[in-house]
Design a protein. Structure first.
Length: 78
C-alpha cells in the first residue's frame, strides 16, 4: 500500500528538482523517492548505515589511541 507525502517547496527548489529528475530520466516523484531513500540509508559521512564503523561511531563510546587503550587493559589485568 502506498502513502502520499505532501511537502511544500519553493519555486526555485521545484525547478532544481525537475531539472535533476530530467537529467536522471526519472519522474520527479521517483527521483524524490530515490533521494529520500538514499538519505536514510547513508550516514552523514557518506558510508552506508550498515557499515560497522558507522554503527560503532553512533554509540558515542569513549575512544583513545591504541597504545593507551592497550596499556589500560594491561594495567587492569594486574
Amino acid at each position: 500500500m502506498s502513502h502520499r507525502l505532501q511537502v511544500l517547496i519553493s519555486p526555485e527548489q521545484d525547478a532544481q528538482f525537475r531539472k535533476a529528475a530530467q537529467r536522471s530520466r526519472l519522474s520527479r516523484g521517483e527521483w524524490v523517492r530515490r533521494v529520500l531513500q538514499e538519505t536514510v540509508t547513508t550516514s552523514a559521512k557518506g558510508r552506508p548505515i550498515s557499515d560497522p564503523l558507522v554503527r560503532l561511531e553512533s554509540l558515542g563510546a569513549p575512544t583513545a589511541d591504541i597504545e593507551g587503550m592497550l596499556s589500560e587493559i594491561d594495567a587492569g589485568r594486574r
